[in-house]
Design a protein around this ligand. Structure first.
Ligand SMILES: C[S@@+](CC[C@H](N)C(=O)[O-])C[C@H]1O[C@@H](n2cnc3c(N)ncnc32)[C@H](O)[C@@H]1O
Length: 230
């Protein structure tokens, strides 16, 4: 797996853009949608009060494409990935984020180090027998009561299926329904687990986002986010 994404360290964004080009949407659109969803949730949970110093971890951050979108929400942001070459590029592009490459087993951080952990389009690249360990590690590095966010492709959305089929690095992907992700989070000891589907409409406008939110319980959006408390 590490070697696979090492090979995409320079072309990652172009490959993603190519696999979604049939939709007429740019990669930026999806990154912004994820960042907006995370910010809205953190704000509603009172996580973004200015006096709070919040330390976030992005597990499987790749080349750090999400980091310009979320960096200013937190006091500190760290990212880790099994692809050392992706981490090298992320470090070069985002000097205000801390990065570490690791083996994919034990996260390279002490217990209870973070207030927020996210993992975006990563779990479908982790071999299924390793899913329980992946989620236990995510919980281990979070402070009690801290928030976790797992964003994944929605396998029930045909447009998502097509994009995955067109993406060369998704050849071995094992997509998870949101019910599977919620079950894995619960098995790892997370509580207050919720989910929402998003990226339903091809617009980032306020009306489109509002309509999307009214539909967020229905498994129609291209992606979903699960939030949970450690
Ligand atoms: C599709 S990319 C997503 C990258 C980034 N999260 C984003 O949204 O742009 C999947 C990433 O997961 C990483 N990955 C796969 N297995 C992993 C594991 N067990 N732990 C951490 N990262 C992993 C890959 O190296 C790759 O960078």
């Amino acid at each position: 797996m590490a070697e696979l994404f090492d090979d995409y360290r320079t072309s990652y964004q172009d490959v993603v853009a190519d696999s979604i080009s049939f939709s007429g949407l740019k990669h930026d659109f999806f990154m912004q949608a994820k960042a907006d969803l995370i910010e809205r949730r953190l704000r509603s949970e009172g996580y973004l009060a200015p006096e709070m110093k919040r330390h976030a971890l992005d597990i499987g951050c790749g080349i750090g494409t999400m980091h310009p979108y979320i960096r200013d929400l937190f006091s500190n942001v760290d990212g880790c990935d099994v692809s050392a070459e992706s981490i090298e590029r992320a470090r070069r592009d985002n000097p205000n984020v801390g990065y570490r490459a690791y083996s994919g087993k034990q996260l390279p951080y002490p217990d209870e180090s973070f207030d927020f952990a996210m993992t975006v389009c990563v779990v479908h690249h982790v071999p299924p027998p390793e899913w329980p360990c992946f989620f236990s590690e995510m919980r281990r590095i979070l402070r009690p009561g801290a928030l976790a966010c797992v964003i994944e492709h929605n396998p029930l959305n045909p447009v998502t299926r097509l994009a995955v089929l067109r993406c060369p690095f998704d050849e071995d992907a094992v997509l998870l329904r949101s019910s599977t992700t919620r079950r894995l989070l619960a098995a790892a000891g997370f509580t207050s687990i919720s989910h929402e589907f998003f990226c339903l409409l091809p617009s980032a406008g306020r009306v489109a986002r509002r309509v999307e939110r009214t539909m967020s319980n229905f498994p129609v959006g291209a992606q979903y986010a699960c939030f949970a408390r450690a």
